[in-house]
Design a protein around this ligand. Structure first.
Ligand SMILES: C[S@@+](CC[C@H](N)C(=O)[O-])C[C@H]1O[C@@H](n2cnc3c(N)ncnc32)[C@H](O)[C@@H]1O
Length: 195
């Protein structure tokens, strides 16, 4: 899997573009600045946007090419990121330290354990944002994992994040235009929750 991502990111083009995800952009602008964690952050489009908006940014991804691309984008935009090469399982951060954790197309195996681990890292009152492909996306060829197990359902996400309050979950169809790999009509889920 890591090899697949390293190969995808080895090209000069930013495969999901350099602009942040629209939902992420809209939501982060409503929140006061603080410390954010971006797991599985890929080429850094969301991390760089957060840093440009004066957030203190921590990010990780298991792909070393992702880190290179993210650091190059940060240099281009003259912002600072703290970006580690790490899997969800290996990721080590102090508990109760993040004001915001944003999972943007962060599909992984061990979904439930990974999500529950992240809740511990949020400060009380901290916000969790998620946008990812729903199980209905299996019928589309506009992006996302080709395995149902890696796609999200409202029931799974509600159970993963049941420790959070004020949960807003939307399963919807949208038009994605995020580089060449998220392009066209897609079935997605968005979630906002508070610790
Ligand atoms: C679809 S990309 C999304 C990247 C970024 N969040 C964005 O929206 O541009 C998924 C990312 O998840 C990373 N990834 C997959 N499984 C992972 C795992 N177990 N631990 C950490 N990163 C993982 C991949 O390397 C890839 O960069």
């Amino acid at each position: 899997m890591i090899e697949m991502w390293n190969k995808r990111y080895a090209q000069i083009e930013y495969v999901y573009g350099k602009e942040p995800n629209e939902f992420f952009k809209e939501q982060i602008q409503k929140l006061p600045n603080g410390k954010i964690l971006l797991p599985a952050e890929g080429e850094g489009r969301n991390a760089v946007f957060a840093a440009q908006n004066n957030w203190q940014v921590e990010a990780f991804d298991s792909s070393s090419e992702a880190k290179n691309k993210a650091e190059n984008l940060a240099k281009e935009k003259a912002v600072k990121l703290n970006y580690k090469i790490s899997s969800f399982e290996e990721a080590k951060y102090e508990e109760n330290t993040f004001d915001l954790i944003a999972l943007i197309y962060a599909h992984s195996s061990n979904r439930q354990q990974n999500h529950q681990k992240l809740i511990k890292l949020l400060k009380p009152g901290g916000i969790l944002l998620l946008e990812g492909f729903s199980k209905y996306q299996i019928k589309n060829s506009t992006g996302g994992p080709k395995s149902l197990d890696l796609l999200f359902s409202p029931q799974e996400l509600t159970a993963d994040f049941d420790e959070l309050s004020e949960i807003e979950l939307t399963e919807t169809e949208t038009y994605l235009s995020e580089g060449e790999h998220h392009l066209g009509r897609a079935s997605i889920i968005r979630l906002i929750g508070k610790k």
